[in-house]
Design a protein around this ligand. Sequence first.
Ligand code: ATP
Ligand code: MG
Length: 229
Amino acid sequence: SMRDGLPMRLLLLGSPGSGKGTQSYRIQKKFNISVISSGDILRQNIARGTKIGKIAAREIERGAYVSDEIMIELVTKELQNKQQNWLLDGFPRTIAQAIALDDRSAMTDRALNLVINLHVPEEVILQRIMDRWVHVPSGRVYNLSYNPPKINGLDDITGEKLTKRSDDNPETFKIRLQKHRSLTEPLLEYYAERNILITFHGRTSDEIYPQIERELLRRFGTGNLGIDD
Ligand code: ATP
Ligand code: MG
């Protein structure tokens, strides 16, 4: 096996609309790691009409966060079935969640080793979420200006219908941004103190992705490229 690099255990941080979903998809394809997106898990629960989905729908529609208790339970369960290498998108999102993940990592000896913060100017993010369409079963994200689907309204890979997110409107976006500032931005300091934070700047995902890829290759080597023999 060529997996001689350090294990990759990544977290993507960044305001709503900063392109976390797009970057995780690209990182996943390049480095062959499992992605756990808390937002995608919640939207899949909503689509399936589960009990958690019903609770989540209420919170998401008003731009509020789902409780730490539910999120910790949901993501911890997800992590149990994963390999050594993973990328988290959207969790931890509060200090309580970060502490819960660290406690768990201390037991499993699989701590986060890099936190990637996406910094995108505020004036471009609202337009980006207004232009955004998603494929709920896979979490794939399209943007009508930057990366439109090949066929309008349909997912490139499955041909299934794309939808708008219930929280991608200017009113809810404003609340999401406020929640992000007060509850999630404190994580930047939390991870900076642990020396695992790195910030990338850009207006589009195409500007930022090459910087991330270069940094991941530098830190983790090519051992994670998925060339499994
Ligand atoms: P974007 O996808 O544009 O980066 P986002 O980060 O706001 O924006 P998601 O990560 O998909 O979007 O999350 C959507 C919603 O799901 C959040 O606004 C919140 O209500 C809920 N949610 C997702 N993850 C968590 C979490 N870890 N803790 C609490 N609520 C969460
Ligand atoms: Mg997202």
